[in-house]
Design a protein. Structure first.
Lengths: 436, 231, 170
């Protein structure tokens, strides 16, 4: 049964209502999130003051939670890539209400993820030495290092993402400026760049978005490959694997999609956008999530089968620890929430719904965090010379900062959705929205 | 006088090594290594530029204990060098893998990529319990927190010996340079010298039929030769 | 002194018809502008605007590539890097950096070209802009005073509402 179409006036009202004022609940939750974020900032400050030893990292596990979080957040940032770029390029119309939400996730996740290379530095006050700037000591960074590739790749992706988020917002803020007052009016007018809605402007915008979609897709694939190469370029057992680059890209799209589904469900409920983010959208996203789950399973299986069959002693050491040994609980939980749960909840048509898609997505977020943990920690704690082996456990500083990043993400998102309509008004064609 | 080109290397005779760890203590004294308390050591924060790895073989009562002193192998194809984003570690022309403390920003990638796990990180600014801070070697800098460090083949002793030789107007002889660990080994299991000099003791030992390299199959080209009887 | 005339359409076919008539009457694409709150797709040939954005982006990417390779090559040599045996400049490991900066160059070129091609920041203050009404397509015609009547007739014949002279907003 096809529901009646919604008038453009109603669409505008519905999409702009969240922008007007903040409810008690909103203020309370935002304050809580800011408090948690602030606690994380304090923890980081403590770490800088006292020394990075307040974290749980140790020899031989020189990289711990911070790198796990880094890879995790950069992975989440692929939400936008998938929806905006891939779906835009394939002209999938149903993606339209979802693009801005996805792009916002990308931009904020990148900002947060990009902090972690700073957080994990031993002497963070010298971070600028990683940039090529003229200096009297005639020192220059080493572009050979995958960490330098990280710097360049993430800067490029962040710039591209910000622009990709901003450009389609221009027509919306131009419209908002017509009705705004005070500081909002100044903000929207400034952002609108004098947009008047002429056909010349629309053509240029659409052309630019098409080009940006292709470029962003190429950049996003490279960014997560570069992050993967932080590990794959090292000769540590079970790191030096050629599958890492595509594995991480697939995992990133997988986790990004999960993050998007969770965010969209929250947006839908709290902003009463049930008519715009319909079961049809969630159905498509759920199917994509299932597809990515199968992709992820395939890559994981291929990686593990190869290592197990090759039977190289140092690698089997790490393999055994992951599958049967010390890390087995985390490993099997990961397999369960990354594959079994999505397969059942989303594969069986009767069970597929917005709620189950969200449950599966929360599981995937946990599972993908665990996957990053299981890539980094077991390999480092079981080095080639077994006499140097060691266990890692995170300290309160690392846990605080990790939790704070989730709070920061949510807070940034809440502020963003109060300033700008989370569903793009002009991309959303009111005559087609229920057909989806 | 033309500068000699050296290629420093070490040979360790595992059939002589008793696992006494005098080398470890000497290295601590010579290189101003931080001293860890029991808690830090339990957390894996202890720093031992040279350590004695102990392996047990066999079942009781036929247990054999094997000792292997492991220190930075000064690899000619060091995996730690390409991955440092700021060139804080590089290969000098005497074959040493040098760590530039002032340049290190503490990404710790080098530590992850070292297959021998010989790199150590300063998690905090080091603190010595009284009166150990009076025992510091003035030739070696104190590393601040956030900086990576490792065995340098006592580069301060190499520099001192080269200076002395230049002052006296002579070339360096085999045996002029002794690293702290080599100097203190009571079993005389360790030998240090110039691998580019075919007459040096270390070159002779490296050519021995008992000479092996640790994890040589990785292609790191280490400069430490372990001599052991093949089973 | 040119005048600006606007007419509002609800249907893009009617707007396309009006544009065809105006063009037959001698107006060029530069005299016409269509304002809307959503992009309006006209059939090919009605109101085409030429664009060199793709070419510009490709050129921007190529220029960025050469710039970054040159930058890396010359700075790595000039700074007398102590690589300890590794080559001063190695193309493949540094290739990632080249790729990323090339893409960054194309991103910035796209953005810059968009701002230029859309005319956003080049706006002439004296040209009036009609207000955008939801779901309406507003056609603005620039004509000479003596053509005002004929242009009005064309617009009304095509079905435009509120055909009037556009005054500059105060």
């Amino acid at each position: 049964m096809v529901p009646p179409t919604i008038s453009s006036q109603q669409v505008r009202e519905d999409l702009w209502r969240p922008l007007a004022g903040a409810s008690r609940r909103y203020t309370l939750i935002l304050s809580l999130l800011c408090a948690v974020t602030f606690w994380g900032v304090l923890a980081w400050g403590y770490q800088i003051r006292v020394g990075i030893g307040v974290a749980g990292i140790r020899r031989p596990v020189f990289w711990g939670f911070y790198l796990v979080d880094f890879v995790f957040w950069i992975g989440i940032s692929h939400a936008g890539t998938l929806i905006s770029a891939i779906l835009r390029l394939t002209d999938a119309g149903w993606r339209k209400p979802v693009t801005r939400a996805a792009e916002a996730i990308t931009t904020f996740a990148l900002m947060i993820g990009g902090l972690f290379p700073l957080i994990h530095l031993g002497r963070v006050w010298l971070f600028y030495w990683l940039f090529p700037y003229p200096n009297s000591r005639l020192l220059w960074p080493n572009f050979r290092s995958p960490l330098m590739w990280d710097v360049v790749a993430i800067s490029t992706y962040l710039t591209g993402s910000l622009i990709f988020l901003y450009l389609p917002m221009i027509p919306d803020v131009a419209q908002l400026a017509q009705f705004a007052k005070g500081w909002r009016l100044r903000l929207y007018k400034w952002m609108a760049l004098g947009w008047s809605g002429s056909d010349r402007e629309w053509h240029a915008l659409e052309r630019a978005m098409k080009l940006m979609a292709g470029i962003i897709l190429a950049v996003a694939v490279s960014v997560h490959s570069v992050v993967a190469w932080d590990f794959a370029m090292a000769i540590a057992p079970m790191w030096h694997s050629t599958i890492f680059a595509p594995y991480f890209v697939v995992g990133a799209i997988f986790s990004g999609l999960a993050g998007l589904i969770v965010a969209l469900n929250i947006i839908r409920k709290t902003m009463h956008l049930e008519r715009y983010l319909t079961p049809h959208h969630f159905g498509n996203l759920a199917k994509l999530l299932l597809l990515m789950s199968l992709f992820w399973l395939y890559f994981t299986f291929a990686e593990h089968l190869t290592v197990w069959y090759g039977n190289e002693p140092k690698e089997m050491n790490v393999f055994g620890a992951r599958v049967r040994g010390h890390f087995a609980p985390e490993f099997w939980v990961m397999v369960f929430v990354n594959f079994v749960v999505p397969f059942i909840l989303l594969g069986i048509k009767k069970l597929r719904s917005i709620t189950t898609a969200t449950i599966a997505s929360v599981g995937v977020l946990l599972g993908m965090w665990l996957e990053r943990y299981l890539i980094i920690i077991p390999t480092l704690s079981l080095p080639r010379l077994s006499a140097a082996a060691g266990k890692y456990s995170p300290s309160w500083v690392e846990i605080s900062i990790t939790v704070a990043t989730f709070a920061a993400m949510a807070a940034l998102y809440m502020v963003f959705s109060k300033l700008f309509p989370i569903v793009s008004l002009w991309e959303f064609e009111p005559h087609e929205q229920e057909e989806g | 006088m033309s500068e000699q080109k050296h290629s420093w290397g070490m040979a360790i005779d595992l059939d002589r090594c008793t696992g006494c760890q005098a080398c470890v203590a000497a290295c601590h004294a010579e290189n101003n290594l931080s001293v860890s308390d029991a808690q830090s050591a339990a957390k894996g924060r202890a720093v031992h530029w040279i350590r004695v790895d102990r392996y047990y073989e066999g079942e009781f009562p036929d247990v054999r204990v094997k000792y292997r002193p492991v220190l930075c192998q000064q690899c000619d194809e060091a995996p730690c060098e390409p991955v440092c984003p700021v060139y804080a570690t590089y290969h000098n022309d005497e074959g040493l893998n040098v760590q530039v403390y002032n340049r290190c920003v503490g990404t710790r990638y080098c530590g992850n990529n070292c297959p021998y796990s010989v790199r150590f990180f300063n998690w905090f600014d080091p603190v010595w319990a009284e009166p150990l801070q009076l025992q510091h070697n003035p030739d070696v800098s104190i590393r601040e927190g956030g900086v990576m460090e490792k065995c340098t083949f006592c580069i301060q002793r190499i520099s001192r010996a080269k200076d002395d030789a230049r002052t006296e107007g002579r070339a360096l002889k085999d045996g002029d340079v002794q690293t702290a660990c080599v100097q203190s080994c009571p079993a005389e299991a360790m030998v240090f010298g110039d691998l580019s000099d075919p007459e040096s003791r270390v070159s002779q030992m490296a050519k021995s039929g008992r000479a092996t390299q640790l994890l040589g199959e990785l292609g790191t080209k280490p400069k430490v030769f372990y001599l052991e009887r093949a089973k | 002194m040119n005048l600006y005339l606007t007419g509002t359409f609800t249907d893009k076919k009617a707007a396309a018809e009006a544009i065809k008539q105006l063009k037959a009457d001698g107006y060029t694409a530069n005299d016409l502008a269509v304002f809307s709150d959503e992009p309006v797709e006209f059939p090919r040939g009605v109101l085409d605007r030429s664009s060199h954005m793709s070419l510009a982006v490709v050129l921007g990417a190529i220029v960025s590539f050469f710039l970054v390779v040159g930058f890396v090559y010359y700075t790595q040599h000039d700074y007398r890097l102590v690589t300890g045996g590794m080559p001063i400049f190695s193309f493949w490991p540094t290739g990632v950096v080249f790729y990323e900066i090339t893409m960054l160059g194309s991103v910035l070129t796209t953005t810059g070209w968009f701002v230029w091609e859309s005319g956003l920041l080049r706006r002439n203050e004296n040209v009036p802009i009609p207000p955008i009404e939801p779901e309406m397509i507003c056609l603005r015609v620039r004509c000479a005073p003596e053509q005002f009547v004929s242009a009005t007739a064309i617009l009304e014949k095509a079905g435009a509402k509120n055909v009037a002279k556009l005054e500059k907003a105060a």
